[in-house]
Design a protein around this ligand. Structure first.
Ligand code: CMC
Length: 428
């Protein structure tokens, strides 16, 4: 590196590329002119060394286990803030005043109802459909129901679409659940908090009053905060890439939901709990640890490892504490929690996991809490999507507002056949 330039010698010629610095974190080499100057691309499948955009939302230091939203640590936010406040912070850049928070919460609350026709849309799904499949469909369909907020060139429409998405996601998620268990859909109740309302729409029935348990409401709100945003992960990058073509926000968030569903991403919480249940008792842990280490066995410890964190995921620390609180509040003694604690301890003392810097991630403990609250495993990723909608929407807005924004269009290293002549069927 020379000053704030990086020198590249290609085909016997020297080229200088500027080095850009953010407010914190690694510098980046600006290679935007690389292809024009050298005729070469960079090759980085999985984007392990590529910064795809400039962002002021979330910062992660994977080596130190640090996660900041707009500069505030996840530990402080999950301890002192609320999901509504974090949503405001993500969208607006600063913590709200009392009046701003009350105004924002009021606005979100007034957007929680769904177009009545959407109830008919739900009825088109099979009863046993996975709620993530329903979620992808319904969120995509929002663009057919809310045309008046799909003009992405209009900042007011972008704002309304953002509020609608954050507000309607709990209603959509709860209805997906209700549909799967054959119970009537519950309308939102504006007297309740964002999270309390979601709990009532999920577990309440029209035949009787639903009482929100404060400890559960608080724990779930904290889980939402922990999942609100996470920098340029796969689903967020999907939302940005979809949005880069000018697609409407409902379509972009539906794309993000589809990506999140995968077991290597948001689906890991469901997979982690299923794995812990399969292990069942502490005596079986060594067998599963051996399987995870075996190169010839595709089994991985779900809820372990992370592309960015090469240290304890700070969200997992908060989550572990929250498990204890929820189990105590609900007076649940879950033997699976003991399996999880012992599995973590054994893995963290095993040379394989130490050497590869594999630590529990946010998904390792979340399933135990969600299951104690009463959510079936199929709903876990839905809850992740509900919370991550805030991050997706904030990232999408940031991208659209960027004057330098371009359509995302990666290139490739082509390894297929070179040009050849078509052979008619009769001659093959
Ligand atoms: N169990 C056993 N070995 C593992 C695991 C694991 N959970 N995770 C990574 N490894 C090994 C992997 O086999 C590889 O070994 P080697 O270098 O010998 O080939 C090495 O560690 C590096 O793994 P990688 O797959 O190249 O790393 P990555 O950064 O591409 O993958 C990951 C990150 C999260 C996909 C991966 O750790 C994983 O599959 N974990 C389990 C699924 C999971 O818990 N996902 C939730 C992520 S956090 C929530 C979210 O962001 O959505």
């Amino acid at each position: 590196m020379v000053g704030n330039q990086v020198k590249l010698n290609a085909n016997g010629q020297d080229f200088d590329y500027p080095v850009l610095s953010g407010s914190v974190g690694p510098d980046v080499i600006d290679i935007r002119k690389l292809y024009a100057q050298t005729g070469m691309f960079t090759f980085d499948p999985g984007f392990t060394s590529t910064a795809s955009c400039e962002s002021a939302l979330t910062y992660i230091d994977g080596d130190e286990g640090v996660l900041l939203h707009r500069g505030y640590s996840i530990e402080q936010l999950s301890e002192h803030s609320s999901f509504m406040e974090v949503s405001y912070l993500m969208l607006n850049g600063e913590l709200p005043s009392k009046a701003e928070l009350s105004d924002f919460s009021h606005t979100i609350t007034r957007h929680t109802m769904l177009h009545e026709q959407l109830a008919t849309f739900y009825r088109g799904f099979r009863r046993d459909a996975h709620p993530m499949a329903i979620m992808c469909g319904v969120v995509g369909a929002l663009s057919a129901f809310y045309h008046d907020s799909t003009d992405i060139a209009d900042p007011m429409q972008r704002k309304i679409a953002s509020h609608r998405l954050i507000a309607k996601m709990p209603t959509i998620a709860a209805m997906a659940y209700k549909y799967s268990v054959g119970q009537p859909f519950m309308y939102p109740d504006n007297n309740l908090s964002y999270t309390g309302n979601f709990l009532r729409m999920t577990f309440g029935v029209p035949a009787e009053e639903y009482e929100v348990v404060p400890a559960v409401e608080q724990a779930l709100d904290r889980i939402f905060i922990l999942h609100a945003d996470h920098e340029q992960n796969a689903s967020t990058s999907t939302v940005r890439l979809a949005g880069s073509s000018g697609a409407n926000p409902f379509a972009c968030i539906a794309a993000g939901i589809a990506c999140l569903w995968g077991p290597a991403h948001g689906g890991a919480n469901e997979a982690a709990l299923n794995m812990l249940k399969e292990i069942g008792t502490p005596d079986k842990i060594p067998h599963y640890i051996e399987r995870a280490k075996d190169k010839n066995d595709p089994f991985r410890l779900m809820g372990f490892g992370h592309r960015v964190y090469k240290n304890y995921d700070p969200r997992a620390t908060v989550m572990q504490k929250t498990v204890r609180e929820v189990l105590a509040a609900l007076k649940v003694n879950d033997p699976i929690f003991d399996v999880a604690l012992q599995l973590e301890e054994m893995a963290l003392n095993d040379p394989y996991f130490i050497e590869k810097k594999l630590f529990p991630n946010v998904d390792f403990y979340s399933g135990i809490i969600l299951s104690a609250i009463g959510f079936p495993t199929t709903m876990f990723t839905v809850l992740f999507a509900l919370a991550r909608t805030v991050g997706w929407v904030a990232q999408w807005n940031e991208m659209i507002s960027d004057p330098g924004q371009k359509i995302g269009r990666p290139r490739q290293l082509y390894t297929g056949p070179t040009q050849r002549d078509y052979v008619p069927l009769s001659s093959r």
